[in-house]
Design a protein around this ligand. Sequence first.
Ligand SMILES: Nc1nc2c(ncn2[C@@H]2O[C@H](COP(=O)(O)OP(=O)(O)O)[C@@H](O)[C@H]2O)c(=O)[nH]1
Ligand SMILES: [Mg+2]
Length: 239
Amino acid sequence: MVHLSPHIDVEVVVPVYNEAAQVRAHVERLRRWLDEAVAFTAEVTVVDNASTDDTMAIVSDLASSTPGITAVHLERKGRGGAIRQAWMRSDATVVAYMDVDLSTDLAALGPLVEPLLRDEHDLAVGSRRLPGSQVSRGARRELISRGYLAIAHVALGTRITDLQCGFKAMRTKAARDLLPEVADDEWFFDTELLVLAERRGLRITEVPVTWVDDPDTRVRVLSTAWKDLQGVERLRRRR
Ligand SMILES: Nc1nc2c(ncn2[C@@H]2O[C@H](COP(=O)(O)OP(=O)(O)O)[C@@H](O)[C@H]2O)c(=O)[nH]1
Ligand SMILES: [Mg+2]
């Protein structure tokens, strides 16, 4: 017998690494939001890499007890690689990702993916730096983020107002074409994805988000900022 799975509009990927404390509550909240508050059909895929705490056990349990949630485990660490793998194998019309801390208010999810479902854009970028955005964030991260953005604007000529917000979506077909070009598997993945999309002339839209920073972070801020600068230099030379 042939089983045809029903078509899914949006696959929302949630990369997680050592998130045992919040993964269950936040993924459940996301699933409820998708069931109750949006007009499209959606699947949630939680992708763990090499967590050393109970994250994978919690996520597996959640996936087996909740329709519309899938758990994936990868051996190699790196948030970008996790997003790439999950996006590449999706059958949905649109692929999205968001950080598990739900720093971005879920109200922005509809405005993020709906223009893509209508085929008006290829890539939608959550931004904390548009007139409609609202952000509460610590001074240190804000300063590093602004400095990085200024450098990326000058060195790469990008016009996107926020490269690093953990809230983005793409038409799956455009993602499949572009992702093999994106080399970074960690935090620079986002910048590289956006800059290569701009260079290819993809249709990009930015969506203002309300962001409440979660100070619990997996990012080693200074070492990541250094890797980001090396990534900027690599992309600049590639132009
Ligand atoms: N799959 C995967 N997810 C990761 C990895 N590192 C971080 N994450 C996830 O990426 C998201 C953003 O991380 P977070 O620490 O909140 O970053 P920040 O908001 O920039 O401080 C969270 O959902 C993390 O669990 C990793 O190596 N693999
Ligand atoms: Mg965070």
